[in-house]
Design a protein around this ligand. Structure first.
Ligand code: ZN
Ligand code: ZN
Length: 342
């Protein structure tokens, strides 16, 4: 068996400049199959279970869409919108309704993850899925996040909801959408969101805009759920709101379709910033990697990153982790084990 000193020497020889070295079967001295940087990110296999499942990470979207489709077919939905139209104007439903639904969902989900971060018994239960286990968020961090989250809610969300509700309110005075219309609106908006957010986000990473517009959002390399809207006013409007408001404006969407999509968007942004990749919740790895590694995974879904080739190091590291799960860890990992057990 190799001594700690021998393992340390092998690591040093094959790990110059922070580059990992190793082999596919855990034996010493063979050629490396991974030449990228060594990361502590997502090392526990449990943090990657959710992304490895075929449909697991899409479960929240499927549940939400199924609920909306079924809801639209019920007599209750018909009575509900008849009641709203009898008592409120289109502007009131569009403005107050969208703010109540979106703010309620965002803060409810945010507080749930905040509790998992700050309350010990809850954290002990969920920490097996913490993508960056070394970083545990604190109350002070949340206080700082809240300053910009509340500022953006008041200074961006409210004015945007007001203007859009005056100019082109979500439709409530028409029959409830049929299934095809709900699905078409959802996936069209999703496409706009994927392309629009990717382009705006990547532009904000350019030298011209990064320091003044986007650096704030990257303050936390291990984000928390609420930090999805921890951003400058310019970024919050152009990156978070504009790409999804545009298709609704173009399609004259029904209020119910808009709320379905906004709820999915808010689930996405809170979960992907939560720091936890919990099975059957939305895949949090992609965006957590963006905050950790900074230069990849610009899009919300991943199609644009695949097309543009902005996920290669991410895929390489995930592939390496998968290989290590099967074949054993590299010299670096064995060194840590040796140090623990000496
Ligand atoms: Zn970014
Ligand atoms: Zn982010």
């Amino acid at each position: 068996m190799a001594t700690i000193t021998e393992v340390r020497e092998r690591t040093a020889n094959g790990n110059r400049g922070g580059e990992a070295t190793g082999n596919g079967n855990g034996k010493d001295g063979e050629a490396s199959t991974y030449s990228g940087k060594e990361h502590k990110w997502a090392r526990p296999a449990a943090t990657r279970e959710n992304s490895a499942m075929l449909v697991g990470a899409y479960t929240p979207y499927i549940v939400l869409l199924a609920f909306t489709l079924v809801f639209h077919e019920t007599p209750f939905a018909e009575r509900f919108y008849t009641h709203l139209n009898a008592h409120y104007t289109c502007f009131q439903i569009s403005f107050y309704g969208s703010l109540i639904v979106t703010t309620g969902v965002y803060w409810l989900l945010g507080f749930i993850f905040m509790a998992f971060d700050l309350v010990d018994p809850l954290h002990n239960w969920i920490k097996r899925w913490k993508v960056q286990p070394d970083v545990r968020p604190t109350l002070a961090m949340y206080r700082e996040v809240f300053t910009l989250v509340v500022r953006n809610l008041v200074c961006v969300n409210v004015p945007v909801a007001f203007v859009t509700s005056v100019v082109n309110p979500f439709r409530v005075d028409v029959p409830l959408p049929r299934a095809w219309e709900t699905l078409w609106t959802f996936f069209l908006t999703l496409a706009f969101e994927e392309v629009g957010f990717y382009c705006v986000h990547r532009t904000f990473h350019s030298k011209r805009f990064y320091a003044s517009v986007h650096k704030t959002h990257h303050k936390f390399t291990a984000p928390v759920a609420f930090s999805g809207t921890y951003a400058t006013v310019i970024e919050h409007f152009f990156s978070n709101l504009f790409p999804v408001m545009l298709p609704f404006y173009l399609t004259n969407a029904h209020f119910s379709c808009a709320m379905c999509f906004f709820c999915s968007l808010l689930m996405d942004t809170t979960i992907t910033h939560s720091g936890y990749n919990v099975p059957y919740l939305i895949n949090a790895l992609k965006h957590d990697w963006h905050h950790y590694a900074f230069t990849e995974n610009f899009g919300p879904i991943g199609f644009m990153d695949k097309i543009m080739g902005t996920n290669t190091r991410y895929n390489a590291w995930l592939g390496e982790l998968k290989r290590r799960d099967v074949d054993g860890w590299l010299a670096t990992g064995r060194l840590e084990l040796a140090e623990k057990t000496q």
